[in-house]
Design a binder for this molecule. Structure first.
Ligand code: PDD
Length: 287
């Protein structure tokens, strides 16, 4: 089945979906995006993802062209047209097409685009084995709370990870881990507490992070929302990452040093299952 993408109001075969070279997303990275996991044909945590998307648009002053209900309908239609049972939905909005000029153009429609990717998340091999991460300097701008399409620092960080045989880069600022190139970073102390960096402009407010913190609280697991150093991560009992495209993934080594016994940790596995149980129940059924 040919992939169908959504572009500016139309569902099109991917090879017919074209954007101008004058699009400000292409010229300036002047846009924001969102990514939502798909499980059992349903969007996981879609409401908070759309909420964050709306906030990202507001923060860079792009006028939101759709209501929450319209976004949801368009997303669900795209998932249906592509027959995706499990994977990822990508949504992007840019300020639109205009003659190149740094200042905002007047009266320009934003460019809206969505596509889906089929991907195994619930039974991914990486969830069984865990992943390796390396640490790199965080070279990003100061508004990391905005889900900007400007991802060059993350592209370079994740390529460095790939070159080192790892799957993710944990970015470090002033000795403290900020987050992963495309995921939130967690450690588990030897006392069994979860440690995660508190929200601020230094990190993206991860939606999977938010759900996981709620589930951990409900399960009575102690949580420390605070900064942690690279050394603390080396010394942790367990480590893991969260994202819409992977849910909860064990981290089994950091900079080549095994975390704990070098295998996915028991608390990480428990949290992964708690998250999966939540994700398997479609949002409307859960209400
Ligand atoms: N990335 N931190 C960063 C820098 C991210 O790019 C992401 C997500 C996360 C996790 O957020 P969430 O749980 O809401 O997916 C944290 C997506 C998956 C991506 O760019 O592909």
């Amino acid at each position: 089945m040919a992939r169908v993408v959504f572009l500016n109001g139309a569902f099109l075969p991917a090879d017919e979906a074209k954007v101008s070279v004058m699009d400000r997303g292409f010229l300036f990275s002047d846009g924001v995006y969102e990514g939502v996991g798909i499980l059992g044909g349903h969007l996981v945590d879609n409401e908070p993802h759309l909420e964050r998307f709306e906030r990202s648009m507001r923060e860079i002053q792009i006028t939101n062209p759709h209501s929450r209900a319209e976004w949801t309908r368009l997303e669900e239609e795209l998932v249906r047209r592509n027959g995706v049972a499990e994977g990822f939905l990508y949504i992007q909005i840019t300020r639109g097409v205009a003659e190149r000029d740094f200042m905002f153009p007047k009266a320009v429609d934003p460019t809206v685009m969505m596509f889906t990717q089929a991907k195994s998340i619930a039974n991914s091999p990486a969830a069984e084995t865990g992943v390796a991460v390396i640490t790199v300097e965080d070279q990003r701008w100061r508004r990391r709370d905005i889900k900007s399409v400007s991802l060059l620092a993350q592209v370079l960080a994740k390529q460095a990870a790939g070159d080192a045989g790892a799957q993710e880069a944990w970015m470090v600022e002033d000795g403290f881990v900020t987050e992963g190139g495309s995921s939130s970073a967690f450690i588990v102390t030897k006392a069994g507490n979860i440690v995660v960096r508190p929200l601020s402009n230094a990190i993206l407010p991860g939606i999977t992070r938010k759900s996981l913190l709620r589930l951990s609280k409900e399960a009575g697991i102690t949580l420390e929302e605070r900064l942690f150093t690279v050394q603390e991560a080396y010394d942790a009992a367990e480590a893991f990452l969260t994202s819409a495209s992977n849910f909860v993934l064990p981290v089994v080594s950091i900079d080549g040093r095994p975390v704990g016994d070098g295998k996915p940790g028991p608390l990480t596995q428990r949290l992964r299952h708690l998250y999966l149980d939540m994700a398997r129940v479609p949002a409307e059924a859960a209400q």
